[in-house]
Design a protein around this ligand. Structure first.
Ligand SMILES: NC(=O)C1=CN([C@@H]2O[C@H](COP(=O)(O)OP(=O)(O)OC[C@H]3O[C@@H](n4cnc5c(N)ncnc54)[C@H](O)[C@@H]3O)[C@@H](O)[C@H]2O)C=CC1
Ligand SMILES: O=c1[nH]c(=O)c2[nH+]cn([C@@H]3O[C@H](COP(=O)(O)O)[C@@H](O)[C@H]3O)c2[nH]1
Ligand SMILES: [K+]
Length: 492
């Protein structure tokens, strides 16, 4: 007897469904959750060990996020709401190290007086007071605080030059260098002599308290894989050159509606200039859009229009698609061309990730899910007693105005209409902690539906063994916490 709907039948009803509308029926379990393999591809030639990608947004993805996501086995796409040289510098910073965090220490010169330590316990002293000159000592904030004579120069109370660690060392190597050597701190130094960071014993302890890191995303030189966004203007060709020189492993052509002559030309240009570079196109939500971008040479597709948490496109332009339908339709088409699909936007819990992957996506791209982390750009603020970080749409007036110098140069006379909002999200701590828990939850979801890998989920989907149903409003209420006077929702 038939039970539930197959995906083709579910998505052929003329209804735009999103993740919360659908539910996956359980399958048969004959393996432990830990055996679920979430390894995948970001684009045709770029493998990842977890299906997570950080959005190219200026409140999400810069160096710190790129490093942490690559260390976890995912990736981040550095946003392009900045001058090309600045975006390239972010890529270089991310690729200059193999540890999963950035501390961004202060640099002083020996003649400095009244140094500003910021939040740091230590700062580096170099010959000319910048990262490009030789390390000659370290100053501790505590030493400065206990100084009687505050007019002393840094050279009067600095500690001797510390032992240096090559920036190519990964976290475990740096940790054993510090701990094994009984050291308090050590500067990370690149091959060209530039000081990349200062790692302390406290950093090592903090990272060791997080779940153990899995297989990081590394390029053939053993450096972290980092992606970058570009636009579709003439000036983006020059940006692309900067990014490729900086070592970007993949570029995402970043438009809300990717099926345009502008984007098709840009994909063709990028593929002809840099044949070894994977180029991801988007955004798309239909088969016809996907077809054009694949024909132009796209190595990956970003799917989602209006599904983002900060996104007002569907309200403003009346165009878009429910995200579950969009992912299923585009992924079903793209698989026949061996083009991986990124389900972009609308992810607010691990169940959404399971649904996106089960419907054919190879990865999920997340903005709001990551924007409250310590790795996202910006500082924490307090709002009605909650610790929050700012999160804004790249189509919000604020972001458009900020990017106007770079992105909208020449468009100054055009009327700008926002397709996004500015808001804030709750502090979530480090992605190095909550992404491993999220991945464990995704593995449990895969186990419940009887899929031990992304490929096996896809086989179940296309053989129509995997069954779905639409949830009514009441079923959605039932599926959430209900009927309690009060409760606390703790994820891990
Ligand atoms: N995923 C989504 O649903 C949405 C995402 N966004 C995000 O907001 C940001 C801005 O997106 P868009 O507004 O789509 O930026 P965009 O730069 O792709 O497009 C802005 C406008 O410029 C036009 N344009 C693009 N290239 C051109 C060229 N070479 N010559 C002449 N005109 C050209 C486009 O047709 C469009 O009217 C992106 O980061 C995007 O990801 C914005 C809205 C929706
Ligand atoms: O309509 C939009 N207006 C915007 O201003 C905007 N900025 C980002 N995005 C898209 O939203 C995705 C992130 O969505 P989430 O916060 O739901 O993860 C991102 O990855 C983008 O695809 C926008 N969409
Ligand atoms: K939305």
């Amino acid at each position: 007897m038939e039970d539930g709907f197959s995906a083709p039948r579910l998505f052929a009803q003329g209804v735009s469904y999103t993740y919360d509308d659908v539910i996956v029926l359980p399958g048969y379990i004959d393996f432990p959750a830990d055996a679920v393999d979430l390894s995948t591809r970001l684009s045709r030639r770029l493998p990842l060990s977890i299906p997570c990608v950080a959005s190219p947004m200026d409140t999400v993805s810069e160096a710190s996020m790129s490093i942490a996501m690559a260390a976890l086995g995912g990736a981040a796409i550095v946003h392009c709401n900045d001058a090309p040289a600045r975006q390239a510098a972010v890529i270089r910073a991310a690729k200059s190290r193999r540890i999963p965090f950035v501390t961004d220490p202060a640099f002083f010169s020996p003649s400095d007086v009244v140094p500003d330590f910021g939040q740091d316990a230590y700062a580096l002293v170099t010959e000319s007071g910048n990262s490009k000159s030789k390390v000659i000592g370290v100053v501790a904030k505590s030493d400065w605080e206990s100084l009687q004579d505050k007019s002393a120069t840094v050279s009067d109370y600095m500690r001797p030059a510390p032992e240096l660690v090559p920036a190519s060392y990964d976290f475990e190597k740096v940790a054993s260098f510090l701990v094994g050597g009984g050291l308090e701190y050590a500067p990370l130094v690149a091959e060209d002599g530039e000081v990349v960071d200062l790692v302390t014993k406290e950093d090592v302890e903090r990272i060791r308290a997080f779940p153990k890191l899995g297989m990081p995303s590394l390029d053939s030189d053993g450096r972290f894989i980092v992606g970058a966004a570009i636009g579709t203007r003439e000036t983006d060709k020059e940006r692309l050159e900067h990014l490729v020189k900086a070592g970007a492993n993949v570029v995402v052509v970043d438009s809300s509606q990717g099926n345009s002559s502008y984007q098709i030309d840009m994909i063709k240009y990028a593929k002809s200039m840099y044949p070894k570079l994977d180029v991801i196109g988007g955004n798309v939500v239909t088969i016809a859009q996907a077809q054009n971008l694949i024909k132009a040479g796209a190595d990956g597709l970003r799917v989602g229009m209006g599904s983002g948490s900060i996104c007002t496109t569907q309200e403003v332009c009346a165009v878009g698609r429910g995200q579950a339908t969009a992912v299923y339709k585009v992924a079903s088409f793209a698989k026949d061309h061996d083009v991986p699909v990124i389900a972009d936007g609308g992810i607010s819990n691990s169940g959404h990730i399971v649904k996106a992957l089960v419907l054919g996506a190879s990865t999920v791209m997340m903005g709001s899910f990551l924007a409250g982390s310590s790795e996202a750009p910006g500082v924490y603020e307090y709002l009605n007693g909650h610790r929050v970080k700012k999160y804004r749409g790249m189509g919000s007036l604020e972001a458009m105005t900020k990017g106007s110098d770079a992105r909208y140069l020449g468009d100054k006379l055009k009327l700008k209409v926002a397709q996004g909002v500015v808001g804030s999200v709750a502090d979530k701590g480090s992605v190095l902690k909550f992404i491993p828990y999220t991945m464990q939850a995704v593995k449990q979801g895969f186990q419940d539906l009887g899929a031990s890998s992304l490929q096996s989920a896809r086989d179940l989907l296309h053989s129509e063994i995997l069954r779905f149903e639409v949830r009514t409003g009441a079923a959605q209420v039932e599926g959430g916490v209900h009927g309690l006077v009060s409760y606390e929702k703790k994820f891990f």
